[in-house]
Design a binder for this molecule. Structure first.
Ligand code: ZN
Length: 261
């Protein structure tokens, strides 16, 4: 099994990258005792859409190097024709220096607000005031004093007085207009990989949203004669039989793998 991922990227014509759950919650974050406690409090209070913001907050508190690792990886990809699709919702993924327009985050992020109810208003970036409010609530949660009621002051939907929530898949009425335009660019790009030498890198993607990355990546590798597929994952690294000879499962944490390239 080839293990020189850097060399493989250097020789690739096109690179399809999938980023998954291992980026959502790096080891440094998992080790914080405050992390699990806060996550539980958010779930108990029913503010699930706050979870990606909590992950971002704890990533900062833990001094996780995910952002630096992804910046190095983006540099490595700079000369390539690539596209990144991420089910991780982190700011560190969103803020990495990818080529313009080459990232899609179909599960949303913690960086935009949407109306809590079914309404067509496009998701909007958080204002400075929204960011301060979020920071206040999350630092309170970190100290063991969670006051989710404060979040009612986020944004404010002009159309219907409904409260605003973070625009991600945990929102009860997830507004998909936040990513659909980018998704159509991605599917067009993906169609263009057929009959090209494409390297598929599935990094730390688990089974939380398998229809977004895992299954379509397997399918893309299967139908493209010239594709090579690398699945790098701490636990779920097994490759399907159909991809024998061009699909490789590597048992390693994806962040560790990129850090060591
Ligand atoms: Zn509304």
């Amino acid at each position: 099994m080839p293990d020189d991922i850097r060399g493989i990227i250097e020789e690739a014509e096109m690179v399809l990258v999938g980023l998954g759950e291992e980026f959502q919650c790096p080891a440094a974050v998992r080790l914080l005792p405050e992390y699990a406690r806060g996550k539980e409090a958010i779930q108990e209070a029913g503010f699930l859409w706050l979870l990606p913001a909590w992950d971002d907050y704890c990533e900062c508190r833990a001094n996780a190097d995910t952002g630096a690792v992804l910046a190095k990886f983006a540099d490595m990809l700079a000369g390539k024709n690539y596209f990144v699709v991420s089910v991780a919702m982190n700011a560190s993924v969103e803020m990495a220096p990818w080529k313009a327009g080459r990232l899609v985050m179909p599960c949303g992020t913690a960086s935009r607000l949407q109306c809590a109810e079914r309404c067509d208003r496009k998701p909007i970036p958080l204002s400075y005031g929204d960011k301060c409010l979020l920071e206040e609530v999350l630092s309170g949660l970190y100290e063991g004093n969670f006051v989710p009621g404060r979040l009612e002051k986020l944004g404010g939907c002009e159309a219907g007085q409904a409260p605003m929530v973070l625009n991600n898949i945990y929102a009860e009425n997830y507004n998909e207009n936040g990513y659909l335009k980018q998704w159509s660019l991605y599917t067009k790009w993906l169609q263009g990989t057929l009959n090209h030498r494409v390297i598929i890198l599935e990094l730390g993607v688990g089974m939380q949203f398998p229809s977004v990355i895992r299954f379509p990546f397997e399918k893309a590798a299967f139908f493209n004669q010239k594709a090579e597929f690398y699945r790098i994952n701490e636990r779920l690294y097994h490759m399907t039989e159909e991809l024998r000879g061009k699909g490789y499962g590597i048992s390693q944490n994806a962040i560790d793998c990129l850090r060591n390239l």
